[in-house]
Design a protein around this ligand. Structure first.
Ligand code: B12
Length: 219
């Protein structure tokens, strides 16, 4: 398990702001993790997500990849990060109503954290956003939602090996919700030029806050 002492001496750029939170989640310190996020919340949920939480879990992933922490350490750190994020929900003033958006992943994608952030920032921007995680598939959610009700579908893809599943899901979404705009994003698309066309989506965005900006044109 990592400790604060094992963190890099210097963390470059915007990652520096995430350093105490990184240390808290690596040591399984939920109380510290929660306090750090709650203290940063006045700067905005987008700030908390993109300047603190995302860089911290990426740092955890890097350590895991370099075999400096175990998979159990990584699971604990991610769970603590997610619990700390969940502690913010009662503190946020969520707008009511708005056009419907559905956000999720193509099965078997299990990297749901980014999708959750996209759903939350859309909700904060006035969308009635539903987040669907692994077990409850996004396509099933749309079947239930009925045609014409959903204005935006956002699909998150982390692993490149899940691109075919995402493409198939998007085709299904087109059938289930022909009027919906489809937005894609996630780590798998970072180095993929023209990802939207490749996947049959309407647009691609590189972050949750950029997703909000793109989606505004569709409200
Ligand atoms: C946490 C984690 C897990 C957790 C996920 C828990 C969860 N509920 O999310 C678990 C333990 C399940 C997991 C499993 C695996 N993981 Co993993 N995981 C990670 C880790 C550490 C963090 C991911 C994360 O949450 N990032 C933070 C979020 C916020 O970032 P993000 O998703 O990119 O989202 C941002 C943007 O991309 C964008 N965005 C995201 N979605 C969308 C959608 C739209 C529409 C838009 C517009 C934008 C957008 O907005 C977000 C914020 O701005 C990464 C390390 C890393 N560097 O990312 C590895 C990592 C992604 N995992 C990796 C691997 C290999 C795996 C496994 C295959 C391991 C294994 N052998 O079992 C499995 C695959 C499981 C599966 N079927 O999907 C590799 C992938 C390497 C690669 N080929 O790309 C990574 C990079 C680790 C590494 N360095 O090797 N993992």
């Amino acid at each position: 398990m990592g400790s604060d002492e094992t963190l890099p001496e210097r963390v470059e750029g915007e990652g520096a702001e995430a350093r105490p939170f990184t240390a808290a989640i690596l040591t399984g310190n939920y109380v510290a993790a929660r306090s750090l996020l709650q203290a940063a919340l006045p700067d905005g949920l987008d700030h908390v997500y993109e300047r603190i939480v995302a860089p911290a879990v990426e740092q955890v992933g890097r350590r895991w990849y370099e075999n400096r922490i175990t998979v159990a350490d990584e699971h604990l750190a991610t769970a603590v990060a997610q619990a700390a994020v969940a502690s913010l929900y009662p503190l946020v003033r969520w707008p009511a109503g708005g056009p419907r958006a559905v956000v999720g992943c193509a099965e078997p994608e299990r990297h749901t954290f980014g999708a959750r952030m996209v759903a939350d920032l859309l909700a904060l921007d006035g969308w009635q956003a539903t987040f669907t995680s692994g077990e409850s598939s996004l396509a099933r959610e749309l079947d239930d939602a009925g045609r014409g009700e959903v204005r935006l579908v956002a699909v998150s893809i982390t692993l490149e090996t899940h691109l075919p599943a995402a493409r198939a899901l998007i085709q299904r979404v087109r059938e289930a919700a022909p009027g919906a705009k489809i937005l894609v994003g996630g780590r798998a698309l970072a180095a993929l030029p023209d990802a939207a066309t490749l996947l049959g989506a309407d647009a691609v965005a590189g972050s949750a806050s950029l997703a909000v900006r793109v989606a505004r044109a569709w409200r």
